[in-house]
Design a protein around this ligand. Structure first.
Ligand code: MG
Length: 165
């Protein structure tokens, strides 16, 4: 259980993730969380740095998709803007969410990484299917109340990880 909740690595922001090291690990598929990973919660405010990172990945031959529990229009806007397909209404961490992402990326799980800001949805959901997982710091503090509750639950786990790493 703990193994499924432990990301392979952590990064301050998406744009700090090294595409070189992903490639070295044989990872060329990116399943990207949207809210508070790529954009502030419930907005389509994509920063220049994040857009550049995704573009660079695509130019290098990475495949990418957005995986979000949201159905809303802003998710479609970000998807269109990045030219990256959207797996919306995904119900993370239910395995079907990431199964849909893998289907979209057309790569085996061990060649894909989930990048997200939540342990219990992004990391846990991806790891259950055998994907790599990178945890990023959430962009904004404003978020859905259930997400805030989940963060309280994450805290002791994150503290424990810091002690052992
Ligand atoms: Mg998120």
């Amino acid at each position: 259980m703990i193994r499924l909740l432990t990301p392979d690595s952590v990064a301050e922001r998406v744009e700090n993730i090294s595409l070189d090291s992903l490639e070295r690990d044989g990872v060329t598929g990116l399943a990207l969380d949207l809210d508070n990973t790529l954009v502030p919660w419930h907005t389509a405010d994509l920063s220049v740095a994040k857009r550049a990172w995704v573009n660079q990945a695509l130019e290098r031959g990475f495949r990418a998709c957005l995986v979000t529990n949201s159905y809303a229009a802003y998710a479609k806007n970000v998807s269109r803007e990045l030219g990256v397909p959207l797996v919306g209404g995904a119900l993370k961490p239910v395995p079907i969410a990431f199964a849909r992402a893998l289907h979209c990326l057309t790569l085996p799980a061990h060649r894909c990484v989930v990048i997200g800001d939540q342990l219990f949805t992004d990391v846990f959901g991806g790891k259950m299917l055998g994907m790599h997982a990178i945890l990023v710091k959430p962009i904004a503090t404003r978020e859905f109340f259930t997400t805030r509750f989940m963060r309280l639950m994450e805290r002791p786990l994150l503290a424990r990880m810091r002690q052992t790493s």
